[in-house]
Design a protein around this ligand. Sequence first.
Ligand SMILES: Cc1cc2nc3c(=O)[nH]c(=O)nc-3n(C[C@H](O)[C@H](O)[C@H](O)COP(=O)(O)OP(=O)(O)OC[C@H]3O[C@@H](n4cnc5c(N)ncnc54)[C@H](O)[C@@H]3O)c2cc1C
Length: 505
Amino acid sequence: MKYDYLVIGAGVSGISSALLLARFGFRVALLEQASGPAPLIDGFVRNGVYFEAGFHYAGGLESGGVLDRSLSLLGVAEDLHRVAFDELAYDTIIQPESGLNFSFPQGYDALSLALQKRFPEQRNPITKYLGRVQEVTQNLPYYHPQAAFSPLSLAALHEQSLEQVFAELAISGELRTLLQVHCLLYGTKPSEVPFAIHAGVVDGYYRSASTFKGGGRALVKALVAACERSGVDLFCRHQVSEVELTAAGAFAGLACANGERLQAVNCVSTIHPKAMLALVPDSVFRPVYRRRLNALAETASAEIVFLRCERQRGSALGGEASDSYDFAGRNFFFLPSPGTDLFAPDLPLCERLLYLNFASSGGFTGAHECGITAILPAASEVAAGEAQSRFAYAEGKVQIGEQVRERISGLLPELGAGLKVECVATKKTLQRINLSPTGSLYGVKHMVGQFNPAAKTRLENFFLAGQATTAPGLLGAITSALMAVGEIVGHDKVEALRREVVCDG
Ligand SMILES: Cc1cc2nc3c(=O)[nH]c(=O)nc-3n(C[C@H](O)[C@H](O)[C@H](O)COP(=O)(O)OP(=O)(O)OC[C@H]3O[C@@H](n4cnc5c(N)ncnc54)[C@H](O)[C@@H]3O)c2cc1C
């Protein structure tokens, strides 16, 4: 069978690209090296408890919100049920040494009020900052229903960093600390991240924070069902090993490590750009393009500890003590001591920024136990001489787990003795999962002064999508698919489809 399009990688970007191409009438096959689709966002079950992997919560899932509209476009919104995170405290930021304890409530108005109450002397900067976030997202491609696609405005939006905006608006001290905490969600520092990328992530969360009933796994199930309905062929355990060309140098098909070959006229690669380069004959791209892709900076790495605990009630953290209160559907960010770089990756585990996600009721599989993910950002370079014996590596993971468990027990004594380490992921795990040479959390950075690859490449009929191309996270992955398909069929046609499905539908 000869396809119109082969898509390399069945993550969110790949599945979204395939679904959109199918909507435009193309015959599409998706090739995924893992044993199942979207392994990054599919959670896992251990001893009866569900743990999230590469998806913890999303912004803009409220009805008509940016992610809700994107999922409608993919034809999966109706198969998914939104579970809201805590209305008053979805993200709680705590700095034990300084006593800073602030909870982000959902909705711009509530957030603005909470920030102004806490920082009455910075009312003006708060209003300006929240206004600027909303204003900038108006110009992001495929973000608002009416936002027109313009590559020029996109380039201009990437010139100013988050730090520059803080300086311009005179945002300092604890307010600045709070507003930059969400840099962890895309693994890039305030001095590096373009304000537009930051705004595109936080705008959704400032409006609403939620997950899906059934967590990331439910999203994968819905995406796979949509592929079946759309006639997209999904081939798992198909690791693409080579991009094959015709004698004239045009795209011809893909060879897989299992010996299979698939033919098509066109291709969309959604994998890490450096991994993509390894599949394409050297002669295809100019040396300057190869050097540019190989030099792309990576996001932070992390140590990730998965823990289980009994469900607890009655916490006073981040809000009033209440019998009906529960940690489910909440995140905590425990910050390093004041004066320390928030994202300093080399601090000991007991001092480093610690993000804790309590799977919301959407993610529960056990009635009495909850899966917790603890993420501690780490340097993304793989140091020389890091090779370890299997035993030393396993032993190192046990020690990481125990240190993090002890720290959490001290910070949240409410969790009691029932807190147990289930497993630990390291830089090496991320290297394997994300195919990132440095074990980065979110692959390639979006950074002021860095030109991430565009959807169109020099090899005719060979396009790029994926979190490295457009923006990070679930929304960034879907938007990257819209950008790639826009290059293929014309952005005006994608805009028209969006209007038809999202605005009129
Ligand atoms: C710990 C963690 C927590 C996160 N939490 C959130 C969150 O709460 N909210 C949010 O919005 N985002 C979150 N993210 C980010 C989000 O998961 C990613 O941005 C998104 O899933 C990226 O999708 P993608 O399709 O671009 O990349 P990927 O999911 O990496 O897709 C690429 C796919 O290609 C496959 N592949 C690679 N090479 C080959 C080959 N040669 N042949 C065939 N297949 C190949 C891979 O196996 C993979 O499935 C998190 C990420 C991590 C790591």
